[in-house]
Write a protein that binds this ligand. Structure first.
Ligand SMILES: NC(=O)c1ccc[n+]([C@@H]2O[C@H](COP(=O)([O-])OP(=O)(O)OC[C@H]3O[C@@H](n4cnc5c(N)ncnc54)[C@H](OP(=O)(O)O)[C@@H]3O)[C@@H](O)[C@H]2O)c1
Length: 253
């Protein structure tokens, strides 16, 4: 059974947003955290603000040799591996008539194929520790929004992978679960060139009207759900919405 205190956890995409919040939260609870991301300065800044429990390794999860270095760094830093948090992800949103094949290939590579390959690399270590994999799904699996089909399709794949991997890896005592957040203010839209910080925040504030709890979420509130899955010994193949009630389908005018 995994206890967060003293465990070794790899969080992909830990240089910003939910990944950074998760790394900080789990480190505060005594875990040895390894974070990765393509922008070295971002992950180094987060790691140094967290302290010596957090190691940063620059790398792109869509590149095979980078995946190997990332996993090796996590295993070395934490003396093994108890959990992989497949958090890194990108946004690609356009109306159907405007989508480009290259954009689709890129987003499926980063959001679906790379986490699959990374999970595969981690299986031997997670078998040794009887550990777990946590995926990040999305509110887009509960509510349909126009113009976001590429991203939504990747997150639908993630829910499917959660259940398939859980079925496949249970015999190795590896659990696989998924946290599906609602609206949290992070860098995801801004990094894709979609919008400025203020435009992204304005879009989220608009969504608040459809949110039962009438506010957007905080990264730590998603991290708490991730932590639950890392420790929950008899939970696998589960998808947990952490969305302030956005998925309920409220239609307040
Ligand atoms: N924010 C929300 O409202 C929301 C809602 C539902 C689900 N999610 C999911 O939550 C996860 C985290 O997103 P976020 O909102 O926190 O966005 P974010 O702030 O943009 O964080 C995503 C991180 O992933 C890293 N990343 C992207 N591609 C990568 C690659 N190929 N290799 C390594 N790292 C990579 C990025 O760093 P680099 O660019 O430096 O590599 C970035 O730091 C994503 O899976 C997202 O789909 C977010």
């Amino acid at each position: 059974m995994t206890i967060i205190e003293g465990s070794s956890i790899l969080v992909t995409g830990g240089g910003s947003g939910i990944g950074a919040g998760t790394a900080r939260y789990l480190a505060q609870r005594g875990a040895k955290i390894t974070i990765c991301g393509r922008r070295k300065h971002k992950i180094e800044e987060i790691a140094s603000s967290i302290g010596s429990n957090c190691r940063a390794i620059a790398g792109d999860i869509t590149v095979a040799k980078d995946r190997e270095s990332i996993v090796e760094a996590a295993v070395t830093h934490g003396d093994g591996l108890d959990a992989l948090v497949n958090n890194a992800g990108n946004m690609y949103r356009l109306p159907l008539e405007s989508i480009a094949e290259e954009g689709l290939l890129d987003i499926f590579h980063s959001n679906v194929i790379a986490p699959m390959m990374l999970s595969s690399l981690c299986v031997p270590y997670l078998t040794d520790s009887e550990g777990s994999i946590v995926f990040l799904g999305s509110i887009h699996n509960r509510r349909a929004f126009p113009g976001v089909s590429p991203y939504a399709a990747t997150k639908a794949a993630i829910e499917s992978l959660t259940r398939s991997f859980a079925a496949e890896l249970g015999r190795k005592s590896i659990r696989v679960n998924c946290v599906s957040p609602g609206a949290v203010f992070t860098e995801i839209n801004q990094r894709s060139g979609e919008s400025t910080d203020s435009e992204a925040l304005a879009r989220l504030e608009e969504i608040v009207k459809l949110n039962a709890l009438t506010r957007i979420g905080e990264t730590e509130e998603v991290a708490q759900a991730i932590a639950y899955f890392i420790e929950a010994p008899w939970t696998t193949g589960t998808i947990l919405d952490v969305d302030g009630g956005l998925g309920l389908g409220l239609t307040r005018a």
